[in-house]
Design a protein around this ligand. Structure first.
Ligand code: F6P
Length: 553
């Protein structure tokens, strides 16, 4: 497919001119001029998710021009190409087919004339059988005891996705304790090992490549710790499992072929929670719930593929994001789940979005002249309100925010949930409209009367207490955080990010930037072990190395 540079489209100029009008318009005025704004700028999906994007600095025209851009940039074809298995990850020469992992219709999907659904179904069946035997206690450890603890060792997509989902779906969890170890800092592993009994623990070594230093270092240390207690090498067969693309590396590590749950190169690391990397999720919530989770994602895939662009949730959210990053030049996007179980969601989305769209070279090889992927950050509501919301309310930055809010809580404790909802509504209202009108009005009357005694105080109130509003938000209301609805939500964001990447004309499915740091760390590590002498680093790095070494003389 021909790559089209965003800045060379007709829509680009139209949008730039349109931005010059909209940049000075206040949300207050947009709402005053159209009482039906909520109905016009919200989409209800299956009554499970309602996306209200009315509190954005957009008009009907803005959307029209952005939608025209999708046509000019052949978005429809790009979506088709991804779903049909075309090698859209051109810099790695790979297809991008996480959608196949949740293809609940089981319709054939081909790569090189081979129907990959056969492999997917085979691994799913293997995961089902294995997880059932662990959960029902039939799978025994080397001393004949049933399993109580699962340790997932992985990093990046091999950690963040499954960890986030396991936490988000805690209300569905069974008796198994699930632990996640990612950091190469030995503390992470040691703290987990201190809590578990090797006789009743299973280790899932989760790594697409089975070479990532953090994961392999943790995996070898876990293996050493285990064998020191179990003594017999063959005891590994009951306790060590690999979730990987690279079967050869897993075998070399000492994992039994039967304990390898494979996935494939066409699954990007940050999309791997739908593959065998999701085994810890299955062990936590059971296979039936995992199926519902896949069903939810599949429903969003169908919506994304089939729905016209103006009613297509991932596309609309992507266009809004593009509007702010490219035209307003805003640099960040904040994510606020108003659900404690969703506390890992912002960091999961960080990888999904920033590793995907943190690029600066266009598909045609030029440095882009616009902002690309936003910095993603956030925290659960209401904690964020008492930490950094001040800056969003009264600072100098434009920060578009997504509020993700369940209608039903899993824990109905007195009036907690209604208070939580009130806070979400108060924040989105205040961010949009600023200091409340009534409040404003009273102050204005006082000010006009020019009562000397109050004058300074009122002035102070005006200047320092005023919130100017006009901060855009999306409200994403979810009926409840169930496996199905969480599947919907994650797939929604995946597709949003895909659309952003396509319109920005960058390659979203590689992550070459991460590789350089890995290589340099390897060189420095060899230097510490005196296997390689390096004196050629910059004076800062060299100075830090010398200072560190001086403590180990
Ligand atoms: O951070 C780079 C990266 O390649 C991620 O994309 C990936 O999720 C992570 O490292 C872990 O990689 P692996 O699953 O191969 O260990």
């Amino acid at each position: 497919m021909k790559n089209i540079n965003l800045t060379e489209t007709k829509s680009w100029n139209i949008l730039k001119n349109h931005f010059n009008i909209i940049k000075n318009v206040h949300l207050k005025d947009l709402f005053l001029s159209d009482p039906h704004r909520f109905n016009k700028f919200s989409i209800n999906f299956e009554n499970k998710i309602l996306v209200d994007f009315s509190k954005n600095r957009i008009t009907k025209d803005t959307l029209k021009y952005l939608l025209d851009l999708t046509k000019e940039m052949n978005l429809k074809n790009a979506i088709k190409n991804m779903f049909s298995g075309m090698r859209i990850n051109e810099t790695e020469n790979r297809s991008v087919l996480h959608i196949a992992l949740r293809n609940q219709k089981n319709s054939p999907i081909f790569i090189n004339d081979y129907n990959i659904m056969l492999d997917i179904n085979h691994v799913l069946k293997k995961m089902k059988n294995f997880s059932e035997s662990v959960i029902n206690g039939n799978w025994k450890g080397y001393t004949g005891k049933s399993i109580s603890d699962i340790v997932n060792i992985g990093i990046g997509g091999s950690d963040l996705g499954p960890y986030m989902v396991t936490e988000a779906l805690r209300p569905y969890k069974n008796h198994l304790n699930i632990h996640y170890v990612s950091n190469i800092d030995g503390t992470h592993l040691v703290e987990v090992l201190n809590k578990i009994n090797p006789e009743t623990t299973i280790f899932l070594i989760s790594s697409k490549t089975f070479t990532t230093d953090e994961t392999m270092t943790n995996a070898y240390s876990a293996k050493m710790w285990f064998l020191k207690i179990s003594k017999e090498k063959n005891t590994l067969d009951q306790h060590f499992f690999a979730l990987t693309v690279d079967v050869k590396n897993a075998l070399e590590f000492g994992i039994n072929i039967k304990n390898i749950f494979q996935f494939w190169n066409w699954v990007g690391g940050r999309f791997s929670l739908w593959s065998s990397v999701g085994l810890s999720i299955i062990l936590s919530i059971g296979f039936d719930n995992f199926k519902k989770f896949l069903n939810g994602a599949c429903a969003m895939d169908n919506h994304f593929y089939h729905t016209e662009h103006k009613k297509n949730i991932p596309i609309i959210l992507a266009l809004i994001s593009i509007w702010y990053t490219v035209f307003f030049g805003s640099e960040t996007e904040a994510i606020f789940p108003y659900d404690q179980y969703m506390h890992k969601f912002p960091s999961y989305l960080q990888q999904l979005n920033m590793e995907s769209n943190g690029k600066s070279i266009s598909k045609t090889g030029q440095r882009v002249s616009y902002q690309t992927g936003p910095i993603i950050w956030g925290a659960p509501g209401t904690n964020g309100q008492h930490a950094f919301f001040q800056l969003i309310h009264q600072g100098t930055k434009l920060i578009p925010c997504d509020f993700i809010v369940p209608i039903y809580s899993h824990n109905n404790l007195t009036d907690h949930h209604i208070k939580l909802i009130s806070n979400f509504l108060a924040q989105t209202k205040t961010l949009a409209f600023g200091t409340m009108d009534e409040f404003y009005f009273k102050k204005t009357i006082f000010f006009k009367k020019n009562i000397k005694h109050y004058k300074d105080k009122i002035k102070t109130d005006f200047l320092f207490k005023q919130c100017t509003g006009n901060q855009p938000t999306n409200s994403i209301l979810i009926q409840k955080i169930t496996p199905y609805n969480l599947g919907l939500l994650i797939a929604l964001y995946e597709h949003k990010i895909f659309v952003q990447g396509h319109l920005l004309n960058i390659f979203s499915f590689d992550q070459w930037g991460v590789e350089l740091g890995k290589k340099i760390a390897e060189i420095i590590y060899r230097n510490f072990n005196n296997r390689e002498k390096i004196n050629s680093f910059d004076s800062s790095t060299q100075g830090l190395i010398s200072f560190y070494k001086s403590f180990y003389k």
